[in-house]
Design a binder for this molecule. Structure first.
Ligand SMILES: Nc1nc2c(ncn2[C@@H]2O[C@H](COP(=O)(O)OP(=O)(O)OP(=O)(O)O)[C@@H](O)[C@H]2O)c(=O)[nH]1
Ligand SMILES: [Mg+2]
Length: 469
């Protein structure tokens, strides 16, 4: 028989059947694994998937494995009864042969037609992912399902779904499965999906089907690379926000109070908008939906921060109360800083240095010095503002990067307070002051990007954000 290359490939691939009771999230899991919202039908109702459907997972261009979505098992008791009848007729049959005979005996429109489709696919697959909705009590019917599936003599990996905020139920399920001698289970929340959970899933399959070890490793490596790139582009985006805000100046033309207020207002608006754009980009990079945001308890609604960066109390929420060592001598609120001659008034000693300026300093700050003579001064975001901005994005990034994990620490994620892991780069103050003195760095340019001082600041920001700092 002539076999085409394509079908040869399909058969050489590892076949994974995704099985379980109806409405446990089988199709959702496959969509997550495929990174596609196009696959199958998803509904909060029983019997959504009616047929077995195949999808192939690739690492780049290379096909790695086939996932088979199956209809949910609905009547485990009737199925068990039927199988018992078959095995009673011929006691020498293996359990898998009993299943084969059951599949062959079911005709179209049989009440167990749905179950027969599942069992047929189970028999043709190498590994079974058994999806469990942990919110459900451990009913007899689920245990019967597991018992029936184990008759196929295929490795079964139980996957706990809906784990977010259901730690107790999860423990009960674990205990019950241990009684079946099933210990190697996985936790996976298809809504609050984490890359680590997915990696563990592939590693578990790897340990069960040696033959496909290398191919699965390729997939793990590929996905890890894609994930790292995602995290890196997010960290770069945040570094870009910090740079663009730190380098920004609002000019204050005269001494009149009104102008100061207008400039301050303009500056605050600039910062808010810059943070807003960054938020949108970050949510897009990680493909976060409103549902994900709610699940991760991120204080964002309709794509907007719920708490204004300049609101009173924000400083405290981020552990930056005035008493903190980091803020000794700094003003109490987030806000603005007055700059003269290109230097923040806060950097008094540096400012003093400018008074006795030499030619090289004049070349560098000439424009600012001239402006100062003409009475121009600038407002820029103060260090408190930049600190909150940084810490808030750092916290957001960690939630975006650890989808699902937060579900284990519900008590810790209910607040907007910065956690112990959020920290500033070690030489934060000098970095900020360098940025403030280089307004030309606000926008990307070859000169900026090749400047070693700029590069060092960007790298430091990124490394701290990714926890490598
Ligand atoms: N919160 C939460 N909802 C989920 C999760 N996984 C699936 N859902 C929801 O659960 C419902 C059922 O999901 P499906 O993927 O259709 O379930 P299924 O097992 O394929 O269902 P059938 O095909 O009918 O057997 C949908 O409303 C999903 O949005 C999850 O991890 N967390
Ligand atoms: Mg389905």
């Amino acid at each position: 028989m002539k076999v085409t290359n394509e079908s040869q490939n399909v058969h050489a691939l590892l076949n994974v059947a995704v099985v379980g009771h109806t409405n446990t999230g089988k199709t959702s899991l496959i969509r997550t694994m495929l990174r596609s919202t196009q696959f199958g039908e998803i509904e909060d109702a029983a019997g959504t998937t009616r047929h077995v459907e195949r999808a192939t997972i690739y690492a780049g261009n290379e096909a790695i494995l086939n996932l088979h979505d199956t209809p949910g098992i609905e009547d485990a008791h009737a199925l068990q009864k039927q199988l018992k009848t078959i095995s009673a007729r011929n006691s020498s049959q293996s359990t898998a042969e009993v299943l084969e005979e059951f599949v062959a005996s079911i005709s179209i429109d049989d009440p167990l037609e749905q179950e027969a489709k599942v069992i047929r696919q189970v028999l043709r697959s190498d590994v079974l992912l058994y999806i469990i909705d942990v919110r459900e009590p451990v009913l007899e019917k689920y245990l019967i399902e597991i018992e029936i599936l184990s008759k196929a003599m295929k490795p079964i990996i139980p996957v706990f779904n809906f784990i977010a905020e259901h730690t107790e139920e999860l423990a009960t399920w674990r205990k019950k499965l241990a009684a079946f001698n099933i210990h190697a289970s996985l936790e996976f929340d298809t809504v609050a999906f984490s890359f680590e959970a997915e990696k563990r899933l592939y590693q578990k399959i790897q340990s069960l089907v040696e033959l496909h070890y290398d191919k699965l490793q390729k997939l793990i490596n590929h996905r890890a690379k894609v994930w790292d790139q995602l995290c890196l582009s997010a960290a770069k985006r945040i570094a870009d926000l910090i740079v663009s805000v730190a380098c920004h100046r609002e000019s204050k033309h005269s001494q009149s109070d009104n102008t100061v207020n207008t400039a301050a207002q303009k500056l605050k608006d600039f910062v808010r908008k810059a943070e807003q754009r960054c938020l949108q980009d970050l949510l897009a990079i990680f493909n976060f939906s409103e549902k994900d945001i709610a699940l991760q308890k991120i204080p964002v609604s309709n794509g907007q921060w719920q708490i204004d960066l300049f609101a009173p109390g924000v400083l405290k929420a981020y552990g930056l109360d005035v008493g903190s060592a980091a803020l000794k001598g700094a003003a109490a609120g987030a806000g603005i800083d007055l700059m003269v001659g290109g230097l923040s008034l806060g950097a008094a000693s540096a400012f003093g240095a400018i008074a006795g300026t030499g030619w090289s300093t004049f070349k560098r700050y000439g424009k600012e010095i001239k402006a100062k003579i003409q009475g121009t001064q600038w407002l820029c975001a103060d260090e408190n503002t930049l600190q909150i901005l940084f810490l808030r994005q750092q916290q957001l990034l960690s939630k975006l990067m650890h989808r699902g994990h937060a579900a284990y620490h519900i008590d810790q994620i209910n607040t907007v307070t910065a956690s112990a892991t959020e920290k500033l780069p070690s030489d934060w103050s000098s970095m900020i002051s360098t940025l403030q003195q280089n307004p030309a760095w606000q926008k990307p340019s070859a000169a900026r990007n090749q400047n070693p001082l700029y590069q060092a600041i960007e790298t430091k920001l990124i490394n701290t954000l990714l926890g490598n700092g």
